[in-house]
Design a protein around this ligand. Sequence first.
Ligand SMILES: O=c1ccn([C@H]2C[C@H](O)[C@@H](COP(=O)(O)O)O2)c(=O)[nH]1
Ligand code: ZN
Length: 167
Amino acid sequence: MASTSLHRVDFLQWDEYFIGVSILTAQRSKDPKTQVGCVIVDTRYRVVGAGYNGMPWGCPDTDMPWGKDEKDPLQDKNTFVCHAEMNAVMNKNCVDLEGCRLYTTLFPCNECAKIVVQSRMAEVIYVSDRDSWKMDASKRLFDQVGITYRQFIPKRNSITIDFTKHT
Ligand SMILES: O=c1ccn([C@H]2C[C@H](O)[C@@H](COP(=O)(O)O)O2)c(=O)[nH]1
Ligand SMILES: [Zn+2]
């Protein structure tokens, strides 16, 4: 029998939606080279935290270093910047994150992986990965505790946010 339902069929799938929110969140970052965004989602598909990489609260972006300096750590952004994952956890609006999924634009580094593990999250879904010992360490930790991770494989190239058109 033919269906009489007329609902839209090109609606965003959950993964597309949460990765989309991660990418949008990354656009808040002031890092001139790499903008990272992530959202934490509970088992009922509710966003319970979001964050992007940025300087700690109260530290003016204009006063902080945004480049790298191997010789002087006080002039290196990595000495100060808070990673997106840490910020998402710090921003959580629920008591604990056990069983949650982390959607992120960049696979978590080893420091963020420790936070993901200690928060008892269940899965990491990421857009891109880096060939780095830090990411290898993260995978080792995730494998050890059974946190699954998978790359987001897009089925469409883009989604549009048009501020001038909305019904
Ligand atoms: O797990 C991670 C790893 C990195 N970040 C942030 C930290 C920095 O602001 C950039 C990386 O800068 P590069 O110059 O590309 O090394 O990404 C993060 O938020 N989470
Ligand atoms: Zn990190």
